[in-house]
Ligand binder design. Structure first.
Ligand code: GLN
Length: 309
């Protein structure tokens, strides 16, 4: 993995770093509590395979909700649009990612979109394979392919820690099972989902995956179509409308980049036809988004004119 350090990005990191003080690292998954809130990293990956970075770029983070875009892509490849959208909707909620409230008020009772936890669980349910191990292995290999990094694996401690505490996610699953959105064993689905969320990457991996999405599914190094363009289009649209949960509208105005965040502090951006961006900053705002990471993206969007709007 080649990535040059950039003084310009370092300047932006230094500017954005003060905002880490405005947030807090995720508390509800015990294994994430000890993350260093001061760390901040950014990598930018271009379609010609060049990469520029600054900050703690080698620092590993678990994908958490960023994995939701990747499982959505895989489920769309595996099952096709009709089956996927039989199980999950296409509308933003305006509610937090772990809210249960709209599940009961909409009809038919299926999660509103694949970026909230209930929707992501319905999507993970659709991943093909005979066992949890087989389904997870396929997902992991897909992530490795997108990142061009065969060493990527998952953090067992984080997966276990979330598995042991994910009662709200279990509640979503039971609700979905009652309403025939899913029909598998809940413990197995939570096992697969928590492993998916615990897949570990660094900012460069994230930026490279973002670049594949930015280039409509074309791998920046091999030039291979690794995700069909029609699937990428759907994923990027969800990143715009729901990628930052109930901060997605504000983010579209302030930054204007298809992006997805996770509670580990990662943010993956896909600037259409331009580049992929990977950010790490564990200190989160009250909506679960990296507080300095979002500031950094806002600065980058202004400086490099990245907004698509
Ligand atoms: N694994 C986390 C959860 O299900 C992912 C949430 C997130 O990153 N927002 O709660």
């Amino acid at each position: 993995m080649q990535c040059e350090s950039s003084q310009e990005l370092k300047g932006l990191i230094d500017e954005a770093k003060i905002y880490t003080k405005d947030g807090q690292v995720a508390q509800y998954i015990p294994a994430l509590r000890d993350a260093d809130p001061d760390k901040l990293a950014v990598a930018v990956y271009y379609p010609d395979g060049s990469c520029y970075a600054a900050g703690d770029v080698r620092h590993k983070m678990s994908l958490q909700s960023i994995s939701k875009v990747i499982t959505l892509a895989l489920a769309l490849i595996d099952r096709g649009e009709d089956v996927v959208f039989d199980h999950v909707g296409k509308e933003p909620t305006g509610d937090p990612f772990n809210s249960i409230i709209k599940l009961e008020t909409i009809s038919p009772s299926k999660p509103l979109n694949p970026m909230i936890n209930a929707g992501a669980l319905a999507v993970t349910h659709m991943l093909i394979g005979n066992t949890v191990e087989e389904r997870f292995e396929r997902l992991l290999n897909f992530v490795r392919e997108l990142a061009g990094n065969s060493t990527i694996t998952y953090n067992e401690e984080i997966a276990k820690s979330e598995f042991e505490t994910a009662e709200l996610n279990r509640a979503f699953c039971y609700y979905l099972k009652q309403h025939n959105v899913i029909n598998e064993d809940v413990e197995e689905l939570i096992d697969l989902y928590t492993k998916q969320c615990a897949i570990e990457v660094n900012s460069v991996d994230l930026a490279r995956i973002g670049c594949v999405f930015a280039m409509n599914g074309i791998d920046p190094v091999t030039d291979k179509q690794v995700i069909p363009a029609s699937v990428v289009r759907i994923c990027k649209t969800f990143m715009v409308t729901c990628g930052m949960y109930n901060a997605s509208g504000e983010f579209a105005i302030d930054v204007g980049i298809p992006a997805k965040s996770g509670v580990s502090g990662g943010v993956m951006g896909a600037v259409p036809h331009k580049c992929g961006i990977g950010i790490y900053g564990a200190s989160l705002d009250d909506k679960g988004n990296s507080v300095a990471g979002l500031k950094l993206l806002e600065m980058m969007s202004r400086k490099y004119d990245l907004s698509m709007f």
